[in-house]
Write a protein that binds this ligand. Structure first.
Ligand code: PGA
Length: 256
């Protein structure tokens, strides 16, 4: 069965950039969205989101880098999903390894956050991926398989349309050492197979992004891989020319 999955290029700005500089960076991207363009989702820090309405008019989508797993209420320092949708966010990142390493003491928080985000109607960019130590033990497939079955335990098949998976091997994040396109492709095939075991045929429609040291130098070969539906870009998304080249690498591939 051939499936047309959307191409998605996402910018994870992490804790970078002043709020007052955010729209300048977006203007410098200077993207021309046409019918063949990839969808672009920007993940600025929380403090920038309300100033970025103009980005929506330019054709970008807005997402948050995190959300609370709690309902609105007495949770000092937390951000509820309803606050994000009220600011026109359509997406949220859940399970990024940098967030996992800060929350390692709490069990089940990834699946609970995913559940809250789905309830609010957000698209979830769910991140998974193994450490270097796990890959050296050749246990990466078991690791990622277990992450998927545990973290997605509260997602029924009927809501998979709101799910985007990002495979981000931890050893490739911010290191300049990306997974080779073949390594990423192999893991994406594995993720798709695991999702089809968990959910059946409908899982063929889930976009799977690769993240970890994506740059203009590797974007084209990543884009050519049949199971890489887009990228989650950290460092290179802060460099407008670099990010435009990554965006262009995924242009026109949506129909394949
Ligand atoms: P990087 O980050 O592109 O800087 O490696 C990717 C990410 O953490 O999402």
């Amino acid at each position: 069965m051939s499936v047309n999955r959307p191409k998605i290029v996402a910018a994870n700005w992490k804790m970078n950039l002043l709020p007052s500089d955010a729209m300048d960076l977006v203007a410098q991207y200077d993207f021309k969205f046409g019918e063949d363009a990839a969808e672009v989702v920007l993940f600025p820090p929380f403090t920038h989101i309300s100033m970025m309405k103009a980005a929506l008019q330019l054709g970008f989508k807005l997402g948050a880098q995190n959300c609370s797993l709690e309902q609105m209420g007495a949770f000092t320092g937390e951000i509820a999903v309803e606050m994000l949708t009220d600011l026109n966010c359509s997406h949220v990142l859940v399970g990024h390894s940098e967030a996992r390493s800060r929350n390692s003491h709490e069990n089940g928080w990834v699946s609970k956050k995913i559940r809250r985000a789905l309830d609010a109607g957000l698209h979830v960019v769910y991140c998974c991926g193994e450490s270097l130590e796990t890959r050296l033990r050749e246990a990466e497939y078991t690791w990622v398989g277990n992450q998927l079955s545990g973290d997605l335990s509260l997602v029924p098949a009927g809501e998979l349309g709101q799910l985007i998976i990002a495979y981000e091997p931890i050893w490739a994040i911010g290191t300049g050492k990306n997974a080779s396109p073949e390594q990423a492709q192999e893991m994406h095939v594995f993720i798709r197979k695991k999702m089809s075991e968990l959910y059946g045929q409908v899982s063929a429609e889930i976009p799977i992004l690769y993240g970890g040291s994506v740059s203009s130098a590797n974007a084209l070969t990543l884009a050519e891989m049949p199971d890489i539906d887009g990228v989650l870009v950290g460092g290179s998304s802060l460099k407008p020319i670099e990010f435009r080249m990554i965006f262009e690498a995924f242009r026109g591939l949506s129909e394949q």
